[in-house]
Design a protein around this ligand. Sequence first.
Ligand code: FAD
Ligand code: FES
Length: 364
Amino acid sequence: MQTVRPSRLSFSRGSGQLPYVCGMVENNQALMKRVYFQPGGREITSRDGETVLSAALRQGLVFPHSCRSGNCDTCHARLISGEIAPGATPQVEPDTHTRRPGAILLCQAVPLSDVVIEAHELEAMAGMQVRTLSARVLDLEPLTRNVTALTLGLAKGRGTLEFCAGQYVDLLLWDHRRRSYSIASSPTDPEVIELHVRRIPGGRFSDQELRTLKPRNVLPVMGPLGTFFLRDDPRPTIFVAAGTGLAPVAAMMEDLRKRGTRRQIQLYWGVHSQEDLYRLDQIGIWEQELGLEFAPVLSEPGPGWGGRCGLVHEAVLAEHADLSRMQVYASGYSEMVAAVRASFLRHGLQADALHCESFGHAVD
Ligand SMILES: Cc1cc2nc3c(=O)[nH]c(=O)nc-3n(C[C@H](O)[C@H](O)[C@H](O)COP(=O)(O)OP(=O)(O)OC[C@H]3O[C@@H](n4cnc5c(N)ncnc54)[C@H](O)[C@@H]3O)c2cc1C
Ligand code: FES
């Protein structure tokens, strides 16, 4: 795909005038920019160098987002007027919507002037408080040859992490890098969270730092983040998870259990081989208590495997050629999520029925 990176993106349209003009500003406010959202009419300020998404989250406004690294396109929006710094234009092939003039990514857009932006707030998450909390390692449990369950206890009395099942946290590393991990445990016990970390050979956190972590070590976390959460939607639900993409699904299942909610649900879980499957006892409980239909899919099955084989998204399509009446939650490595996006809409899935969490790697 050819990508054109403008040096600056600047728009001014008749319909998009700022609601008022700033008069004299105090020196300490001179670097603040006003960000006005249409059609909701909400207004926030962004600090010098702050992205629109960070500024919005800081002020309790939530727009759809996932990677916060410019990789997944979830936060696409449109600049109506004003000027933003370079690097805010989408870098991925448009597939779920038509790319229009002024297309920007809220997680990359840093206002250089007051701006007007067309973006749709997620009202279901309004007021979400993103906090930085001090966590303590409680346990490290090997789940497979390369996946570890990392259990963290959050300091009591310093604010709790109120999250929706499916959201993620950032681990803040000592060298100012951040790494994102989906919370695999239920939000009903927000003081203890479980993360499933897959080891990436040579990876800064998942290989190097995780090896050295011990119970009682302190690890700052920031969250909750992301807008991957269960919608109140009666359509039959298909979860498609790849590898540790099971983590946010596990949180959702536990949440459904705790709330005693039943829906028609299927889980397709793609891993390489049989030894990569974990927490099968917990999945058995979801089958019994939630009526879940569970379908493991192996891309490299060993001898004796009689179940589904191949790529997980293809296994779904083999059994659901028409997805027009379903809703889909897809989570895991970015290639799988991209394949789901590209193929499921062609099989009739409505754009508003597809929810994704793409585990793209961090841009340091
Ligand atoms: C919203 C979100 C949620 C996430 N949730 C989870 C989760 O629940 N569990 C989980 O295990 N991971 C999850 N990730 C991925 C995670 O944040 C890290 O990117 C991953 O653990 C690698 O970090 P690292 O520091 O070990 O490797 P890095 O130091 O970042 O990378 C080392 C090398 O490996 C490559 N690399 C990084 N990630 C991958 C990858 N996935 N596949 C192939 N090569 C890669 C990099 O290009 C780099 O060359 C999530 C990512 C996002 C954006
Ligand atoms: S591109 Fe902005 S959240 Fe992924």
